[in-house]
Design a protein around this ligand. Structure first.
Ligand code: URA
Length: 301
């Protein structure tokens, strides 16, 4: 190729390359990656903060035995009070600190709506048909409780009883959750209870990705409006959704995470506890950490 032609081809490919880079930058801009890379802490800081212990010391004033209310809950399961929490606690090593979830979550970047309120969020949901779950639902299960609660529980989605009543956690798992709340020295009305999706998934299956993507922004708005000090996620779906991680619940539970200004504690779902009452001491231990942060005393027997 003669040198003049080579120069002209070189110039053209340079322009093409420049255009391609600009395209990538525009694409990144559309995805909001600019602010993400600009604002996130440097990787070494993320790694250092992940390496630091994140658990909050449990008040020594709080007993470690599983409360009777939790052990007796929902259809007379075998009492678990004989199981020593301290023993199971020692099985969880500090090495269980999770790195990915300490990175900024996608939801951290969702903008807060100034002055948002629960009634406005409910109004915006309306008679929702945004995802396929609306086809099988009886009632939208928005959430219930204290609109300025310090403690918020987040489940995965309504079951049959909740779909019929329009209230979260009213079935067998709900009764156990109520007992857990009472064991913490609170009443159901003191806390706020919501779910990742607001309509019942058919056959009580897990909510699917598209359903979660469609519905969870309303949960984020609820969290922003309530501004709880602590969010306790119940089961893998809600922990994985809020923390944007694929880590299993057995790895996540019992560890503190920061989420939109709140402290987030993942624990097992009460429905799991109904099937596996032996896991109650672990949940009670997680709840005790929550109680320590909120300054709660366990219910007197
Ligand atoms: N399970 C959930 O996750 N949420 C409910 O509301 C009821 C059962």
């Amino acid at each position: 190729m003669d040198p003049a032609k080579r120069a002209s081809v070189g110039a053209r490919s340079e322009t093409q390359l420049e255009e391609q880079v600009k395209d990538w930058l525009r694409y990144g801009e559309d995805l909001g990656l600019g602010p993400y890379y600009r604002d996130r802490p440097p990787l070494h800081a993320i790694a250092e903060s992940a390496a630091a212990p994140q658990t909050v010391a449990t008040s020594s004033a709080i007993p470690t035995a599983v409360p009777a209310a939790m052990t007796a809950a929902a259809a007379g399961r075998a009492p678990a009070s004989s199981i020593n929490v301290a023993a199971s606690a020692s099985q969880k090593s500090p090495a269980a600190t999770i790195l990915p979830a300490t990175a900024p979550s996608l939801f951290e970047s969702i903008e807060r709506i100034a002055g948002d309120t629960l009634p406005r969020i409910r109004e915006d949901i309306g008679d929702c048909a945004r995802c396929k779950l609306h086809k099988g639902r009886t009632k939208i299960v928005f959430g219930t409780g204290n609109p300025s609660a310090d403690l918020m529980f987040v489940g995965e989605g309504p079951g049959r009883d909740e779909d019929l009543s329009g209230e979260p956690f009213v079935g067998r798992a709900g009764k156990l959750l109520t007992d857990m709340i009472k064991a913490m020295g609170l009443q159901r009305e003191d806390v706020y209870i919501a779910n990742v999706v607001k309509c019942r998934p058919p056959e009580n299956r897990l909510p699917e990705k598209d359903e979660i993507t469609t519905c969870s922004p309303f949960l984020m708005r609820q969290i922003d409006a309530i501004k709880p000090k602590v969010i306790c996620t119940l089961g893998s779906c809600s922990a994985q959704t809020l923390l944007q991680t694929a880590q299993g619940i057995s790895k996540l539970r019992g560890e503190w995470f920061d989420f939109r200004g709140a402290k987030l504690m993942p624990t097992y779902h009460p429905a799991y506890l109904l099937r596996n009452p032996g896991a109650k001491p672990e949940v009670w231990k997680d709840l005790q950490k929550v109680m320590a942060v909120l300054g709660l005393q366990p219910k007197k027997r």
